[in-house]
Design a binder for this molecule. Sequence first.
Ligand SMILES: [Zn+2]
Length: 287
Amino acid sequence: MLVSAKEMLTKARAGKYAVGQFNINNLEWTKSILLTAQELNSPVILGVSEGAGKYMCGFKTVTEMVKAMVDELKITVPVALHLDHGTYEGAKKCIEAGFSSIMFDGSHYPIEENIEKTKELVATCNELGLSLEAEVGSIGGEEDGVVGMGECADPDECKMIADLGVTMLAAGIGNIHGKYPENWPGLRFDVLAAIKEKVGDMPLVLHGGTGIPADMIKEAISLGVAKINVNTECQIAFAEATRKYIEAGKDLQGKGFDPRKLLAPGAEAIKATVKEKMELFGSVNKA
Ligand SMILES: [Zn+2]
C-alpha cells in the first residue's frame, strides 16, 4: 500500500531527521530503493519526474509496478509515490493514476498564479488524502530540460504558499540539481532560517541533495528540512558500476551479457548510495 508523505514528514520534523526522496527510472531502480528502505527500516519517498514517468510508459504503469512490487517484496515500511516537479496537468494525471503524493512546481509562475493553482491542488489532495509539495523560488541546475537559476526564495512568499495548506514546501536556498560546480558558495542558511521563522513547523524540502557536504545536510535538517531529494547520485553510482563491469570485460565472459547479470552491479551501487543517504539523513529505524 502507498501512503501520503504527511505522517512520515511530520514525524521527521519532530524527530529532527529527514526522509529521502529517491527518484526512480525503471524496475531495477525501484527494487533497489524499496529493498534498502525495508532492510534499514526507513520510510521512503519514490520520486518520479514527468520525464521518467513518460519513459516508464506513463504514470499508471509506474503506480501499478510500484504497488505490485511493494506487495511482492513484502515491504512494510511507509512508501510514498511522489510526482517530482509536476506541472499542473502532470499533477492531475498522477492524481488520477493513483500516486500518493504530488509536487506541483509553480515556481516559474508569477506568485499570484502559483498561489491560485496550488490552492486548487490543495483542495483536491486534501479530499483524496494525498500529500502536496509546493515550490517557491526555482532551484538551480537542469531538470528535464528546465533550467532554473538557483535563486533564493522570498520568505514572505513561502509563508503565502505554506498558509494555503500544503504538506511540505520546497524553497530555493542556493541548492541546485545535478553536480555542484567547484565554485559553489554553499547553502544559504540565513535564508533557510528566515523561511523557517515564517512557516513554523511546515516540513521543508531540500532539492538537489547530490554532493551537498554532510555537515550542511545536518545543519539544514536542524533548521527544518524534513525531506531531501536524491537523484543524480544514484544515476552516477549506477553508471560507474555498469562501466566497471563492461570495462572488465565481464559481459563477454560466459552469460555475462544476461541483463540480470549486466544490471546487477548498478543495482547494488544504488542500494549502497541509498543506504549511505538514509544513514546521513537519520531515517534508519524510523519506519
Ligand atoms: Zn528538484
